[in-house]
Write a protein that binds this ligand. Structure first.
Ligand code: HEM
Length: 409
């Protein structure tokens, strides 16, 4: 039998790849499942693309999260973010390893219980309706700027207990910190200074004036000596940035997917019992997070047959794993009724997302409310004209221009 020639590895960056990375991932899974990719500043990393290898890497005890474990090439390349070197922002779960990680995570996950997040449902619905009222008479909108973006910002500010007057600043800072443009790195440094000062001020304020919010709860954990002062400020900072652009992309990618799948848009609009399965399939089919965050080998390990030396960085492609045909039948098809293995859009293992219940609530409410109020919603531009973020971590569109019959809500 003739064997298939691998040919040349497709480009793994650029507008074409950002718009549709899946053919390149198909090639990688087949011909180079743990692939060395070049990164800006001379750095490089191992990119893991198969589902089974992704599970192994995400849960591997010898792949650590602390940037201090990275080799010199990575350290010198400036790949890390400015806050990775500031103890008052960097001592967060996402950068932590055993034994600190389990302690931090146990303390914080309790604050994100599914029950607490369910209580957000009604507030999300009212916020979505409020956003719809602003633009529904226009007959057109950009669903990213006018809905997907402001909704998670408001909910995160509510949860943290951030005063109303501070929210405009947070909105601006979060946009820069989460920025999908590598070129914005200088601005990221300046904004990190502002955020660091702000987080300290917010924690001090909650100590003086406790309230029913997450920052007060974190201060309580410090008082009980469960978290250190640096861990509290780092955790507040991580919560301010981690749930924002990810949820924007879930709402944006979800609406875009359903605009192209009218049968399922109709289901989401008319049968609330299908919403959970539809959002799960959006997470698999058009995931908001391209790659999990950095991991570094603390001793030589083998992943998918590839030897990874001490200090070498590993990225796990969540998008590729979630389209692995060894695990998902016809992965390029959108099918909310599929059975079998679960997607890993929220990661896997010890660092799996703590905010997943919140994102599911926001995604379900925003997507279904928009479809219900605007039944003839359609894309206002050809899908090829949409601009995708060129981010190494996120996957979403900058704008989602839509049209519909103008109406008063
Ligand atoms: C659709 C929205 C979201 C997606 C797709 C998502 C995805 C992820 C992924 C893939 C990870 C694991 C990263 C890794 O292992 O390298 C993660 C971790 C995390 N996420 Fe999310 N996330 C979302 C929303 C949120 C929200 C709303 C919050 C909180 C406000 C949040 C907070 C966190 C935190 C704190 C971690 C670190 C957990 C740890 O290190 O133990 N995320 N998220």
């Amino acid at each position: 039998m003739a064997t298939e020639e691998p040919g040349v590895c497709p480009r793994l960056h650029g507008a074409e790849f950002d718009a549709n990375p899946y053919p390149a991932y198909d090639w990688l899974r087949k011909h180079s499942p743990v692939h060395r990719i070049d990164l800006p500043g001379g750095a490089w990393a191992w990119l893991v693309t198969r589902y089974e290898d992704a599970l192994e890497a995400l849960g591997h005890p010898k792949l650590h999260k602390s940037p201090a474990k990275a080799n010199v090439v990575w350290q010198r390349s400036g790949m890390g973010l400015p806050f990775d070197h500031r103890p008052t922002l960097a001592r967060n779960m996402l950068n932590s390893d055993p034994p600190d990680h389990a302690r931090q995570r146990q303390a914080v996950s309790a604050l994100f219980s599914a029950q607490r997040m369910e209580r957000l449902r009604e507030r999300c619905r009212r916020l979505t309706e409020q956003a719809l009222r602003e633009f529904s008479r226009n007959g057109k909108a950009d669903l990213i700027a006018e809905l997907a973006y402001p909704l998670p910002v408001t909910i995160i500010c509510d949860l943290l207990g951030m005063p109303q007057e501070d929210r405009a600043n947070y909105h601006r800072w979060a946009a820069v910190i989460d920025s999908s443009e590598v070129a914005a790195i200088d601005e990221v440094w300046g904004v990190t200074d502002s955020l660091e000062r702000y987080v300290h001020g917010l924690v001090a304020m909650k100590r003086e004036q406790p309230a029913d919010d997450l920052v007060t709860a974190l201060v309580g954990l410090q008082d009980k000596k469960i978290l250190s002062a640096d861990e509290v400020t780092s955790m507040v900072f991580l919560l301010m940035i981690s749930g924002h652009e990810t949820t924007v992309a879930l709402i944006g990618n979800g609406l875009l997917t359903l605009l192209r799948q009218p049968k399922y848009a109709e289901l989401a609009r008319t049968d609330p019992s299908t919403l959970g399965a539809i959002v799960e399939e959006v997470l698999r089919y058009a995931g908001p997070v391209r790659n999990a965050t950095w991991r570094f080998a603390i001793e030589p390990v083998t992943i998918g047959g590839q030897l990874v030396q001490t200090g070498e960085p590993v990225l796990v492609s969540l998008l590729s794993a979630n389209h692995d045909p060894e695990v998902f039948d016809s992965p390029a098809e959108f099918d909310p009724y599929r059975r079998g293995s679960h997607h890993i859009a929220f990661g896997h293992g010890p660092h799996v997302c703590v905010g997943q219940s919140m994102s599911r609530v926001l995604g379900e409410v925003a997507i279904s409310t928009v479809l219900r109020y605007l039944p003839d919603l359609r894309l206002a531009v050809p899908v090829e004209e949409l601009r995708w973020w060129p981010s190494a971590i996120m996957r979403g569109v900058y704008e989602l221009p839509v049209e519909f019959t103008p109406r008063t809500i």
